[in-house]
Design a protein around this ligand. Structure first.
Ligand code: COA
Length: 383
């Protein structure tokens, strides 16, 4: 019996900044962002939306009433939580009217949390094959205005429904893990933005990938020719490409071109969104499925990386007729219908924060699941 991703969807807010505008405002050559980092646009979120808004919006697109009756767990992987205690999952569970006898909780380890959630879902459904698990990877990547990390910001959520006999992808249960206690990126309590050594994080990412790739070859007896595509965590789209190229020396030129062509298909969406932290790997997976032409039975390798640092490499196999279950036009329309912001509008939106004085304030953001009121430090969401 196969266990895997039955349905997948993503959501981003309705606003974006063009990277040429950011480059001009920061007196930088736009090619540094478009070519050097591989980013064309960056998703921007208003203060009336958060990971609950993003996660609920992504999940609402794929869940039927029947699914909601059969979901036993709602797991949110995130590093953008607004609460140290209560999870976003329990709020999303209620907003989506999932049956009440369910577990809801958050999982954290930087950008790795979505993968931890997905693998936990795999374990649960393996033991309870008639039940389903909703996994959400939702984040808001903010480094601050005029910082080195600013062009690698972004936000969004990916929702995945894990079931038996999935329509899209089945787990191959071949995960290889790697953990190393390093400080390349971390956000101590009280800090609005992460502390980051960007160049160190690039290096730890590449080293983690090459180590885990060697381990994967040993443990799973595979090499690059066993994978129709390799997908990567995408803090910016050049990052995964650098990691992929780090193993090129073991491949023929033809093999390098094959994997790089698949890589280009996997970064179409992220070039327009930027970093979603936990969701980035899975937005890349969606981009590959929507923009590539893979065949049923193809094996896709996934490299998940969370600074600090935890990584995992695993593979999934494409199911028969998977193409029938994609929402390519809807996904493209979500990105193309967004409103472009000027640099002034972006900076104003970036600086706006919800009040934290415990008083009552109401808001007129009528987007689905946006915050319409805050009172006593409780956020109230549109349904
Ligand atoms: N045209 C084309 N490419 C250009 C360019 C230009 N005019 N100017 C610079 N570049 C290239 C550089 O050569 C470099 O490419 P390379 O990485 O292949 O060598 C790339 O653009 C980035 O330039 P760099 O000088 O390294 O940028 P930076 O000092 O501003 O830092 C990050 C880039 C990613 C480290 C920074 O944005 C950051 O800290 N981001 C947050 C952390 C992060 O995303 N880490 C990733 C791992 S989780």
């Amino acid at each position: 019996m196969n266990i895997g991703i039955d349905k997948i969807s993503f959501h981003v807010p309705n606003y974006y900044l063009d990277m040429t505008d950011l480059a001009n405002a920061r007196e930088t050559d736009p090619n540094k962002f478009h070519i050097g980092l591989g980013q064309d646009q960056m998703a921007i979120i208003p203060e009336t939306q958060d990971i609950v808004t993003l996660g609920a919006s992504a999940a609402a697109k794929i869940l039927t009433d029947e699914d909601k009756k059969n979901i036993d767990m709602v797991i949110v992987g995130t590093e953008s939580s607004t609460d140290f205690s209560k999870s976003a999952s329990v709020i999303i569970h209620e907003l989506l009217e999932i049956q009440p006898f369910a577990r809801s909780f958050e999982i954290k380890h930087a950008c790795y949390g979505g993968t931890a959630a997905l693998q936990q879902a795999n374990d649960y459904v393996t033991l309870h094959p008639d039940r389903k698990v909703l996994v959400i990877a939702a984040d808001i990547a903010k480094y601050g205005l005029n910082t080195g990390g600013e062009p690698t910001q972004g936000c969004g959520a990916v929702a995945m429904l894990v079931t038996k006999n999935p329509h899209l992808l089945a787990f191959n249960n071949d995960s290889v893990f790697y953990s190393e206690d390093v400080y390349d990126f971390w956000r101590p309590a009280g800090h609005d933005y992460p502390l980051v050594d960007g160049h160190m994080s690039n290096q730890v990412y590449i080293d983690s990938f090459t180590r885990i790739w060697e381990q994967n070859k040993k443990v799973n007896h595979t090499d690059s020719s066993d994978y129709a595509a390799l997908t990567f965590h995408l803090p910016y789209t050049k990052m995964g490409r650098k990691a992929l190229r780090a193993i090129f020396s073991e491949m023929s030129e033809e093999e390098q071109q094959r994997l790089e062509a698949r890589y280009d298909e996997a970064v179409v969406y992220s070039r327009q969104v930027g970093n979603l932290y936990t969701g980035s790997l899975y937005l890349g997976l969606m981009s590959l499925l929507d923009n590539g032409d893979l065949a049923a039975g193809d094996r896709i390798g996934l490299f998940s990386y969370g600074s600090g640092a935890v990584s995992e490499f695993f593979s999934m196999t494409l199911m028969d007729d998977y193409k029938t279950y994609l929402s390519i036009e809807e996904n493209q329309a979500l990105l193309s219908s967004r409103q472009q912001l000027s640099i002034d509008e972006y900076e104003a939106m970036f600086n706006k924060k919800l009040p934290t004085d415990g008083e009552t304030y109401t808001f007129s953001d009528y987007t689905a699941y946006a915050i319409n009121k805050i009172s006593g430090d409780i956020r109230y969401y549109n349904k």
